[in-house]
Design a protein around this ligand. Sequence first.
Ligand SMILES: Cc1cc2nc3c(=O)[nH]c(=O)nc-3n(C[C@H](O)[C@H](O)[C@H](O)COP(=O)(O)OP(=O)(O)OC[C@H]3O[C@@H](n4cnc5c(N)ncnc54)[C@H](O)[C@@H]3O)c2cc1C
Length: 295
Amino acid sequence: MTFPKFEYLAPQTLDEAISILEEKGPEVRVMAGGTDLLVKMRQGLLKPRTVVSLKRIQGLDKISFDRKDGLRIGATALLADVASHPSVRSHYPAVAYAASETANVQIRNMGTVAGNLCNAAPSADNAPVLTAMGACVVLAGPRGERCLPLDAFFLGPGLTAMEPSEILTEIRVPFPRRGTGTSYQHLSARGKVDISAVGVGVMLRVEGKTCREAGIILGAVAPTPLRARRTEKLLVGKSLTADLLERAGRSAAAESAPISDVRATASYRRKMVAVLTRRALSEAYERARRNAKKR
Ligand SMILES: Cc1cc2nc3c(=O)[nH]c(=O)nc-3n(C[C@H](O)[C@H](O)[C@H](O)COP(=O)(O)OP(=O)(O)OC[C@H]3O[C@@H](n4cnc5c(N)ncnc54)[C@H](O)[C@@H]3O)c2cc1C
């Protein structure tokens, strides 16, 4: 298949990029690493007249962390850089792990976490744990900036709450409170080659053995990353026994709404939601207990 002709622009400032989006209208696409966009263009699934690269805008690749503002991941920060960043690894291990498990080494050295979210695939590996941790995305457009929780960002497969002339500039993840633990568990048919058939992101905050807060997000089993609300409620205020974690797995499976496709059948996916949710809760609980002792 031949590559379609398109105009390529690489502005040096965010204002310039936003003006281009406003001026060119719906026939323009933003590009970060291009690992999704260019594949879809080659396949003829997307036919933008203009592609606006963010790569030359200084500062957009920044990853920063402090205890007050938490973690900030810029729009062009690579998956590989997020996965290996010392502060991400020590304070947000599940975020680092999700980035490290996305695709393969070539894609991680070109693709971005922001692009993974903007692409809005139900299976996006970075969405579940970031959403479970209460992350929000900063969207810059002609009328200024707004910060939108990830819970409100995904509207459907390939569809987000971003306006056509908006650019996601930063992902903000709050600093985890004392006693917080997180986990991301996923599986795909062929290890590092296929995208996830199921993914589960979990955030737990505990006091002693009691769960005070729970965030459980299921990936690839609904049109958007799905919050397992009934399962979250099942855990809060209770002692996290092995039996409760087992029940939570079954509850999350009942809340999931998977379809059968080339990657897995709906019934296999549902069974794996139960297994991966239990595993994710168990790992998050262990980390939460360690975190409660640490500071
Ligand atoms: C071989 C292969 C394997 C893959 N494996 C996985 C996998 O295991 N898990 C997984 O989740 N994904 C996987 N992907 C998908 C893809 O690589 C990731 O989603 C990647 O993170 C996309 O980032 P990018 O920077 O390349 O996005 P791009 O391709 O540049 O953009 C993706 C989409 O988001 C939009 N966009 C990008 N950045 C912004 C922004 N800042 N503001 C507004 N819109 C924006 C673009 O217009 C486009 O529609 C795979 C892709 C390939 C080709």
